[in-house]
Write a protein of this length. Structure first.
Length: 221
């Protein structure tokens, strides 16, 4: 299976974000990628008020967009994550969904490890506005079991202590396998895995034309 990890600069404008994401996903599918990943919070990004206003129900507009696009292109679409409404006052979920080539939503993962820090000048308390999920999620893709997880800031053994993932052959970050390094740029966006190979597939700072069930982070095996 050939995989593409797409990166883009999300804004407060959902229509703009949808248009850019569709351009990237269609471009990846056009290069023969069968599994395409979008980044975390790709459909709307801003301050707490913007995210609260942009929160959607699970079956809202972003779901309809992703389902239709996966079905139209006949690909696996790992639709990054979006702001999902929750029943907790003043909080939402950071939710990632995986869609099959038929457009069916086959996995739902709500980010568990929220990003909190007190670094001077860069403090962030994601837990102040985001409710954590409580389930490790796996999905079968072309006979391979994938585990959906969030950003790999921690060693994989700490992020995935659940024995339910013991049989998973690959684990992909739910935020779209944030890839670092060079890629093919399109209008301020970046499409990883679109060009000719430069070094070992999956190596940071390199692009790869074929990433068979492998994420861009070498720690994800």
């Amino acid at each position: 299976m050939r995989v593409a990890a797409c990166q883009m600069t999300a804004t407060t404008d959902k229509d703009h974000n949808w248009a850019i994401a569709e351009q990237l996903v269609r471009g990846a599918a056009g290069y023969g990628r069968e599994y395409v990943l979008l980044p975390e919070m790709w459909n709307v990004l801003g301050d707490a008020e913007v995210l609260a206003a942009g929160a959607e129900p699970l079956d809202g507009a972003t779901h309809e967009w992703a389902s239709a696009l996966a079905r139209t292109l006949g690909i696996w679409l790992h639709a990054g994550s979006f702001t999902e409404q929750s029943d907790q006052r003043a909080k939402h979920y950071n939710t990632s969904c995986l869609y099959s080539p038929d457009g069916d939503r086959v996995a739902i993962y709500r980010k568990i490890h929220l990003f909190d820090n007190d670094l001077p000048g860069a403090a962030c308390q994601e837990s102040a506005t985001v409710a954590p999920g409580d389930k490790i999620v796996t999905a079968s893709v072309a006979g391979v079991t994938l585990g959906l997880i969030d950003l790999l800031r921690h060693p994989i053994s700490r992020v995935v202590p659940n024995p339910g993932l013991a049989g998973s052959r690959r684990r992909c970050p739910a935020d779209g396998c944030h890839a670092h390094g060079r890629g093919r740029r399109r209008g301020g966006t970046r499409l990883h895995g679109a060009g000719p190979p430069r070094g070992r597939p999956g190596q940071p700072g390199r692009s790869s034309s074929a990433l068979p069930t492998r994420c861009a982070d070498p720690r994800v095996q």
